[in-house]
Design a protein around this ligand. Structure first.
Ligand SMILES: [Fe+2]
Ligand SMILES: [Fe+2]
Length: 240
């Protein structure tokens, strides 16, 4: 019973933290937008993102909130805030994967599919056409990660791309490696988790740092160090 109460207390604490973070942004509309996106994505909370997530319960809505948290961290640390349209960036982040709600079983890229949903939502609420166009542009282009190093790339778009890549890596990636390992083999041993971490999260972390802004590069490096340290420590723990 007390374990249940503890868990519930931790859940409420997380919710409260989330509410305060959003409230601090000073725009109640963001709550509404998140609720809308949550509703849209509800049907496919366990769909595959094409990298093994099909095996575990993976909420796209939770991913959206985590990407938003990364956007806020990157923005906070940025020395180029004046170049970033903050409100538009937050809105685009909230809507960036909403298209996943409608592409299951089709060949339509989810970034493109998200555009009409975002556009309709914003237009119905009276947002200025230019603002709607910019937000939709960020949503439409957020998957084009190969553009991240392009000269003159919009800084808001770059930050959304960096935040999107940052999620599922580091500590979260390692936990996900364990979840995937266990879901594929209920008899999996610690060594199997270690194998998955080494071949997936650690390998991705130790490939070339894909980030561009100094803030994102630093966060990525921190995740890489943590992943390396964790894998090395686990290897020592499971070896004779
Ligand atoms: Fe996406
Ligand atoms: Fe995403």
């Amino acid at each position: 019973m007390s374990e249940l109460m503890d868990r519930e207390a931790r859940r409420l604490e997380r919710k409260e933290h989330e509410r305060k973070t959003l409230e601090a942004l000073g725009r109640p509309e963001y709550f509404e937008m998140l609720e809308f996106v949550k509703k849209q994505l509800h049907e496919e909370s366990t769909e595959s993102a094409g990298n093994g997530k099909i095996d575990i319960s993976y909420s796209r809505y939770d991913h959206t909130k985590r990407v938003l948290a990364w956007v806020l961290r990157l923005y906070e640390g940025s020395k180029h805030k004046e170049e970033i349209r903050f409100d538009e960036l937050v809105i685009a982040t909230i809507f960036h994967d909403v298209g996943r709600a409608v592409v299951l079983g089709t060949n339509i890229p989810h970034a493109q599919a998200g555009v009409p949903i975002t556009k309709k939502y914003l237009e119905e609420r009276g947002y200025a056409p230019e603002k709607v166009a910019y937000v939709c542009d960020l949503v439409a282009r957020h998957s084009d990660k190969y553009r991240m190093r392009e000269e003159g790339l919009d800084l808001g778009l770059l930050m959304l791309m960096e935040a999107d890549l940052m999620d599922d890596m580091g500590a979260l990636g390692i936990v996900m490696d364990c979840m995937i390992t266990e879901s594929r083999n209920p008899n999996a041993r610690f060594e199997d988790c270690l194998d998955h971490m080494t071949g997936y999260t650690l390998r991705q972390q130790e490939e070339e740092n894909p980030m561009v802004t100094p803030e994102a590069i630093a966060f990525w490096d921190e995740k890489t160090r943590l992943s390396r340290q964790f894998v090395d420590a686990l290897r020592r723990d499971v070896m004779l």
